[in-house]
Design a protein around this ligand. Structure first.
Ligand code: HSE
Length: 437
């Protein structure tokens, strides 16, 4: 049988990795797919020819991506240019031309996925996006297919490698935030705009996708609560450690009685949990489901070949499905298109979680009692208190509280009252805390 002809958009980190993996493992991949796979056309503005194995086997490399999606011989388009435009126009044009699409573009799927999947559904083509979430971890396949028997209760993921790398280096080596970010950029982990990594936007894109396939609802990025890691201070990392916790940037999606919590933010996790020990650029996703219980997926969340691994797995899936009836394929969002439901995504004030609070208090009798009275009156139960010695001649001391679960709006009200105490200097630092038990 003739090899399947594929058009590739983008020859950057992931595009280059995809060509290299497809070339190196061509025989095994063809045995799995049932046919050879040949990238006949590629579009790229610039690329590092020396770093890509198999580049010479691509018949034509152009700088016009629309000529690739319009080529009549190409059956599958791989979109690895990233960003919203022209990626969206290219993907929609490829679909209109009846081609299957594979993309690693989480921003595109999280924001325009509903429109893209509708177009694909109408045209009977596949849009595959395994590489969009958690790099090389086959998490989309696991949730969409492997857990299909289950009611998923919650998902918690460390899904931004750059952010995890920064937090790990800050904790282990006391390194400076900017310095670690620069290293992540030079290693090809960070987004083109690294604020997407450090402000939590990249993780929110990925969580939005996971949440939709876990709970069978349209993608709703605009309702995801997003907080990044830029305000995390070294002292909080150290106090958390002293109390037996690690600070991780986590995406959490949880089904509760009145809707879905969908939030990304720094989170204290007990250090005994496996997920608290996921370090460096590695990603992990912990899923609690009713039949199987907790399952944990771990692996490289970014980088050329780990992400290419997911892209190539999608190519194999699409090639295997080329001759299948479109109605009998795995639905894009795991649930049949007409069975998606509009479950309410809760505003952050409505979520319930435990908290780490750090404040600067004047070192005199009765201050901690005043704070605990506010917490007690607000029905906030205290789990632990840590009071540190003053630094040098400072009149204030750091006081840290760990609380039990409470609704966020109750906590906000209590924090306002604590900040008004004349013995409290400045703002209270508040970090959410989860046990994932
Ligand atoms: N910038 C992303 C990360 C790349 O650091 O996780 C993989 O999506």
């Amino acid at each position: 049988m003739q090899p399947v002809k594929v058009g590739l958009l983008g020859l950057g980190t992931v595009g280059g990795g995809t060509v290299s993996v497809l070339t190196r493992n061509a025989d095994e991949i063809a045995r799995r797919a049932g046919r050879g796979i040949q990238i006949t056309l590629a579009a790229a503005k610039e690329y590092n020819a020396d770093a890509i194995i198999g580049l010479d086997q691509i018949e034509n490399i152009t700088d016009d991506p629309f000529s690739v999606v319009d080529d009549p011989d190409v059956k599958i388009i791989i979109e690895l240019i990233g960003g919203y435009s022209p990626a969206k126009e290219l993907v929609l044009k490829a679909i209109e031309n009846g081609k299957h699409v594979i993309t690693a573009n989480k921003a595109l799927i999280a924001i325009h996925g509903n429109e893209i999947f509708k177009a694909a559904q109408e045209k009977g083509v596949i849009v595959a996006f395994e590489a969009a979430v958690a790099g090389g971890i086959p998490i989309i396949k696991a949730v969409r297919e492997g857990l299909a028997a289950n009611q998923i209760e919650w998902i918690a993921g460390i899904i931004n490698g750059t952010g995890n790398f920064i937090l790990t280096e800050m904790r282990d080596k006391g390194r400076d935030f900017e310095d670690v970010l620069n290293e992540a950029q030079s290693l090809g982990y960070a987004e083109a705009d690294p604020t997407f990594d450090v402000e939590g936007i990249d993780a929110a894109h990925k969580l939005t996708i996971l949440s939709s396939i876990a709970f069978g609802m349209p993608l709703q990025f605009d309702k995801t609560y997003i907080e990044g890691i830029t305000k995390i201070e070294q002292q909080d990392v150290l106090y958390a450690e002293e109390l037996g916790y690690r600070i991780k940037h986590v995406g959490i999606s949880r089904k509760v009685d009145n809707g879905i919590e969908q939030r990304v933010h720094p989170t204290l996790i007990p250090e005994r949990r496996l997920i608290a020990n996921v370090d460096g650029v590695m990603n992990a996703v912990l899923i609690k489901s009713d039949a199987v219980g907790p399952t944990l997926y771990y692996g490289a969340g970014a980088g050329a070949e780990p992400t290419a691994s997911a892209v190539v797995a999608d190519i194999v899936d699409v090639v295997r499905a080329l001759t299948t009836d479109p109605e009998n394929r795995v639905p894009h969002l795991a649930f049949q298109h007409d069975a998606l439901s509009d479950i309410n995504i809760l505003p952050i004030e409505e979520i319930e979680t435990a908290y780490y609070l750090r404040m600067h208090a004047i070192d005199r009798p009765g201050v901690v009692a005043d704070i605990t009275k506010i917490l007690g009156d607000s029905k906030i139960s205290i789990e632990a208190i840590l009071q540190k010695e003053p630094v040098g001649n400072a009149s204030c001391i750091p006081v840290i509280f760990l609380t039990q679960c409470i609704k966020e709006k109750e906590m906000n009200t209590a924090i306002i009252k604590i900040e008004k105490l004349d013995a409290i200097d400045g703002k209270v630092t508040r970090i959410r805390m989860e046990t994932f038990g």
